[in-house]
Each structure stands twice: as C-alpha cells, then as structure tokens.
Design a protein around this ligand. Structure first.
Ligand code: UD1
Length: 353
C-alpha cells in the first residue's frame, strides 16, 4: 500500500510523528508532502529535527496568504505532485487547517480515497476557518478517524456514520511517545527559572483573538493581573498583531517553542491559558487546569468538573476561571479502544484499501 500524507502546520508534524512510524511498522509505504503553510524554522523544521519525522519528499513552499490563495496554491501543486509521483492508494490529512482542506479536495477530485485523522471535531462556529475546513474534509473522506466519542457522534448525526471509526487521539499517542524524553532531556530548570507550579503558560494565535484588537488587549490586561509570571511563546501572527501594545511586566514573551520543550512547560505549569486546540488537550492529559481563550471548545469532555473553562477574551471571565479549582476527577479522554490510535489507523487502512 502506498499513501501520501500531507502536512503543513505545526500540530500536523506532531500528529505525523505518531502516525508515520505506525504506518512503517504495518509495512505501508508513505510519501510525505509538506505544503509549506508553516515555514519559520521554529514552526516547522524544529519539529522534524526533534521528533524523528522523515524529511518530506517535497515542500510545496506555499507560505502565507489569504485563505483562497493558500488553499488554491496547495491544491495546484499537490495535484501535480500526485500525478507525477503516484499512484496512491490513499491520501492522509490531519486536523482542520487550510492544508487539510486543500489535500481533501485534491484527493476527492482525483478519485483517491481520503483518510481524515481527527475527523468529526465541531465548534459549531462557522466564523472559524477551521470549522469550514473540517466539515468539508469530512464530507469527502472515505475513512473518518475520530479521536473522541463526541466527534464520532457528530459524524453520525451528519449521516457519515458508515465511514466513521473511533480510534482515539493521535496527539495522546504523541504525548505518550515523547513525555519521558521531555522529562529526561529538557527538564524545567533548563528552560525557565521558575519552579513547577510557579508560572502559568499561555499561547494566543486564533484570528478571533489576534485580529480583533480589543480582544487581544483584554487578554493581555487579564494576563497582567495574574499573581504569577506568564510564559508566552508567541506565534508570528500574534507578534505582528500586537504592534506597539504594552506588555505587562509579568508577561515573558518567548519565541515559538518546539514540541519537547512545550511538553515540559505544559506539564509543570500551574495553569494553561490558550486558544490552541492541541495545547488544551495536552494540559488535560497532564492534569493541568486550563482556561480556553475561546467562546467554545471542540472537546466538551474537558469541561466536566471545571478542569477546562471557556472564557473567550473577556478579562473578568479569564481572571475568574484562572482562580477556580477543579471540583472532581478528570474523565477518560482521547483514549482509543485499542490503545495506540496510530497503529489502529494503520491496520484499518491496510484492511480496507
Ligand atoms: C494555522 C491553522 C490553525 C492551527 C495553526 C497551528 C488554518 C486556517 N489555521 O493557523 O488551525 O491551529 O496553524 O499553529 O489553516 N506565519 C509566519 N510564519 C509561519 C507561518 C505563519 O510568520 O511559518 C504568519 C504569517 O504572517 C501568516 C500568519 O502567521 O499570515 C498566519 O499563518 P496561517 O498559516 O495562515 O495560520 P495560523 O495562524 O498559523
């Protein structure tokens, strides 16, 4: 079996780090394509260097641009690459980025069966580009690999149940694969001067927070009132959006951080404040309460017992949520029926090619 995997944005490199070895183990030949959506060293290359993902066969180098420009550029080049390097038995896409949708459309129109890893995520907020990307990708997929029962339920209610398989979350696989290494090779004291639990970790990059200036101001105002230092590895989009905005004294802005360092920073934080889907899940798995800087979440399981709280960008809500303690235990979340999600995906692809 020969598959083409398309990645392009930071979290997709992490997901590939979990799935690619499982494909190899199952004897599936994989050709990895990088769309070039993320191109900064710290958003892209560092993940390949650290996580042992093979270098991509090609980098389409599409870079930044409007949604149409980015999605279209990936489609044009991917279609060409597929024609030259195929045939393929399947195309694999991850998550909900513009890269994901571009790969999905090329697969569907080229009559190549599509596998969507992390299918069925829904925020029900059509203003999020990701929501559009996910729904359209799911609609044209042959394999809908859902990471939670909630996601599988969404797919069933949309009439896509026949193609849906609950496999678990490949990001949980990645956490299991790399958490020990983070502990051994990147201990907290090698990264920051604070003790475990002595700081909060924050990230902000969603357009709803970066592109609406009032929201970004309100988030920073909340950070400024926290009684802890705030470690803030900053996405280039946010840095650009900040302009000359004043940064509170307790906020330490850092360059984007690689996956291994991020595991260390997350697992030792007092709280995580983020609008990133991946980071909020990692916080949950490490048992760190998390403030979701969005109005809604694709992972309602994490809201049980106040482990996670959605606050949007509202200053008072953020401050209130940060001070709350969870009121009960966490529930099972992201665990697959067979343990590792990645090996289940590889097996299912092989069985049904
Ligand atoms: C993308 C995904 C988002 C995902 C995130 C992970 C879409 C629509 N969004 O958001 O779902 O959570 O990746 O990080 O696909 N930029 C750089 N260097 C880079 C990449 C981006 O400077 O290497 C800047 C550019 O100014 C660009 C902006 O960041 O315009 C946004 O990048 P883009 O790829 O459009 O989306 P992300 O915000 O990274």
């Amino acid at each position: 079996m020969h598959v083409c995997t398309l990645v392009g944005a930071r979290p997709q490199f992490v997901k590939a780090a979990a799935v690619s070895p499982a494909l190899k183990e199952a004897g599936i030949r994989e050709t990895l394509v990088h769309s070039g959506q993320h191109y900064d060293e710290l958003l892209s290359q560092i993940f390949f260097d650290e996580l042992g993902v093979d270098p991509p066969a090609v980098n389409l180098e599409v870079g930044s641009g409007s949604h149409a420009k980015q999605t279209g550029a990936i489609m044009v080049q991917l279609e060409h690459f597929i024609e030259e390097s195929g045939p393929y038995d399947a195309i694999i896409v991850y998550g909900d980025t513009n890269t994901t949708l571009a790969g999905a459309l090329v697969a569907a129109k080229g009559h190549i069966p599509l596998a969507h890893v992390e299918a069925g995520m829904r925020s029900f907020n059509w203003r999020m580009p990701e929501e559009i990307n996910r729904i359209l990708t799911d609609r044209v997929s042959k394999w809908l690999f859902a990471s939670t029962q909630t996601a599988a339920n969404h797919l069933m209610s949309e009439g896509l149940g026949d193609n849906t398989i609950l496999v678990g979350d490949v990001m949980l696989d990645a956490t299991h694969m790399f958490a020990e290494r983070a502990k051994e090779q990147r201990p907290l004291e090698s990264l920051i001067q604070y003790k475990p639990g002595g700081y909060v970790l924050a990230t902000v990059h969603r357009p709803s927070n970066t592109d609406i200036r009032e929201n970004l101001r309100s988030i920073f105002a909340a950070f400024g009132q926290l009684p802890w230092p705030v470690i803030l590895p900053l996405h280039p989009r946010t840095r650009a959006a900040m302009g000359d905005m004043t940064v509170p004294d307790n906020v330490e802005i850092r360059p984007p951080v690689g996956y291994i360092d991020m595991l260390t920073l997350t697992s030792n934080a007092h709280r995580v404040l983020t609008d990133s889907g991946g980071l909020m899940k990692e916080a949950y798995w490490f048992g760190i309460p998390c403030v979701i800087l969005r109005e809604e979440t694709e992972y309602p399981e994490t809201l049980v017992n106040d482990w996670h709280t959605c606050t949007g960008a509202d200053e008072e809500s953020i401050l209130g949520a940060v001070m709350k303690e969870p009121t009960g235990p966490r529930c099972r979340f992201g665990e697959g029926p067979e343990g590792r999600a990645a090996s289940m995906i590889a097996r299912l692809l092989l069985n049904d090619k």
